[in-house]
Design a protein around this ligand. Structure first.
Ligand SMILES: Cc1ncc(COP(=O)(O)O)c(C=O)c1O
Length: 399
C-alpha cells in the first residue's frame, strides 16, 4: 500500500522535493504516524510549523466551527477572524497594522513591495535598493528568491528582480559599506534558519537598527521561522532589544493552516492604500481562525513559551554533551529556544535517515547542520530518546 502510494507520488507530482520514502497519515501532539502504521516522534514539526503539536484540539475545533460558519468571503468585506487575529498580533508586538497572505514567500514579497512603496512615497523612486544577507532564505517566488542569499537556489531562474545586494550575515562593517541613502530596506532573519541556525552576535541587530535609522532605511525582519514562540519569545526581535519596522510571519502562525502575515508600524503601513496590494485568499476566515486559536493558546497562560525556554535549555545542554562525547563528528551545538542546530563535520543527510529508521524525524540544513524545531510542548523524555538515538548513530553507524 505504502509502496504503491510512493510510486503514485512520483508519477503524479512534480519532483521539487527530495522526499523520504514515508507517507504521512496522522498526527497528534509530538507524534505522527505513516500509512503503514509506523510511529515517529516529530522533532521538526513541519519545519517550525506545528508549534502547539499536531492537531491541537483548540486549533481543530476553531477550524471545525469556522468551516461550518463561513469558508470564504472576499476582502471586499470585513472578516471577523481576520480582525481578531490582526488585533492579537498588533497588541502583542511593535506593530500597528497587519496584512494577511497565504505563505512565507508571499509575506516577503509583500514586505518588499511595502518598503519600495514607502520609499517612493517619502523619498524618491531612486531609493529602491534592498540589502540582504548571504546564507539567508526568504522564499521561492521572484522577489523573495532575489532577496535569498543562496546562489544554488537561483540557478536557471535568472534574470532575477534587480536592486538586491548581499552582504555577509553578522558583519556590521559590510552593512555600513553597502548601505546608502538609496537603500529602502535591509531584510534579515534574526536567526538564519535554512542557512544553518546562525545566531548573530548580541549587538549586531542593534547596530543594524542604528545604520538603518541613519540612512532612513526600513528594517524588515523575516520572522517566518523564528516567530510564534519558536525562540522563547513570541517574536525573536524581542531578544535583541530593538524594534523593526516590518516583520514577516508564516509557518507557525496557522499551526498548519496556510497563512502568512506582514506586520508594520502605522507610518509604514500607510503606504499600502486600496488597490496597491491584495490577495484573494489572504486573511481568509479559515486560516485566520486557525491563527487566532494558535496565538491565543500560545499566550493563554505562558506555559508554552516557558516550556520552550526550559526545554530549549535542556535540549542544547544535551547536544553540547553529545559534542563533547563525539568531537570528531560534531563541530558545534547552537540555537535559541527550540530552534536548534548541531553542526557536523560531514554531510548530515544519512543521520536524518538513520533517525527516521529509529522513529524520529529531524532534518538537515546547509548540508551539515542537523536541525531541531520540535513542537513547543516537547518534554525531557522525548529529548532523551533522541539523544540516545543520536549517540547510537555517532557511535555505531558510518555516515
Ligand atoms: C526565514 C524564511 N523566510 C521565508 C520562507 C518561505 O516560506 P514559505 O515556504 O511559506 O513560502 C521560509 C521557509 O522556510 C523561511 O524559513
Amino acid at each position: 500500500m505504502e509502496k504503491q502510494l510512493i510510486e503514485e507520488s512520483s508519477k503524479y507530482l512534480m519532483s521539487t522535493y527530495g522526499r523520504m520514502p514515508i507517507v504521512m497519515r496522522k498526527g497528534r501532539g509530538m507524534k505522527v504516524w505513516s500509512s503503514d502504521g509506523k510511529e515517529y516522534i516529530d522533532f521538526l514539526a513541519g519545519i517550525a510549523v506545528n508549534c502547539l503539536g499536531h492537531c491541537h484540539p483548540k486549533v481543530v475545533i476553531a477550524l471545525q466551527k469556522q468551516a461550518q460558519r463561513l469558508l470564504h468571503v472576499s476582502n471586499l468585506y470585513h472578516i471577523e477572524p481576520q480582525i481578531e487575529l490582526a488585533k492579537i498580533l498588533v497588541n502583542n508586538s511593535f506593530a500597528d497594522k497587519a496584512f494577511f497572505c497565504n505563505s512565507g514567500t508571499e509575506a516577503v514579497e509583500g514586505a518588499i513591495k511595502l518598503a519600495r512603496k514607502y520609499a517612493s512615497d517619502h523619498a524618491s523612486t531612486e531609493k529602491f535598493e534592498i540589502i540582504t544577507a548571504t546564507g539567508s532564505f526568504h522564499g521561492r517566488t521572484f522577489a523573495s528568491l532575489s532577496a535569498t542569499g543562496q546562489d544554488k537556489l537561483k540557478e536557471g531562474f535568472e534574470p532575477l528582480v534587480p536592486g538586491f545586494k548581499h552582504i555577509p550575515f553578522n558583519d556590521i562593517d559590510a552593512l555600513e559599506k553597502a548601505i546608502t541613502i538609496n537603500t529602502c530596506a535591509v531584510i534579515l532573519e534574526p536567526i538564519q534558519g535554512e542557512g544553518g541556525i546562525k545566531i548573530p552576535s548580541d549587538n549586531y541587530l542593534k547596530q543594524v537598527r542604528e545604520l538603518c535609522d541613519k540612512n532612513e532605511t526600513l528594517l524588515i525582519l523575516d520572522e517566518i521561522q523564528t516567530g510564534i514562540g519558536r525562540t522563547g519569545t513570541l517574536f525573536a526581535y524581542e531578544h535583541f532589544g530593538i524594534e523593526p519596522d516590518i516583520i514577516t510571519l508564516a509557518k507557525g502562525l496557522g499551526s498548519g493552516a496556510a497563512i502568512g502575515a506582514i506586520l508594520a508600524r502605522d507610518s509604514v503601513a500607510a503606504s499600502f492604500k486600496p488597490g496597491t496590494h491584495g490577495s484573494t485568499f489572504g486573511g481568509n476566515p479559515l486560516a485566520c481562525a486557525a491563527g487566532l486559536a494558535t496565538i491565543e493558546t500560545l499566550l493563554e497562560d505562558g506555559f508554552l513559551i516557558d516550556n520552550c525556554n526550559r526545554m530549549g535549555k535542556y535540549f542544547i545542554e544535551r547536544l553540547e554533551k553529545l559534542k563533547n562525547d563525539f568531537p570528531d563528528s560534531i563541530v558545534e551545538a547552537r540555537g535559541k529556544g527550540l530552534m536548534l542546530g548541531l553542526e557536523l563535520t560531514k554531510e548530515g543527510g544519512k543521520v536524518v535517515e538513520l533517525c527516521a529508521k529509529r522513529g524520529m524525524l529531524i532534518n538537515c540544513t546547509a548540508g551539515n547542520v542537523l536541525r531541531f524545531t520540535p513542537p513547543l510542548i516537547i518534554t525531557e523524555q522525548e529529548i532523551d530518546i533522541l539523544i540516545v538515538a543520536l549517540k547510537d548513530i555517532f557511535k555505531n553507524e558510518s555516515f
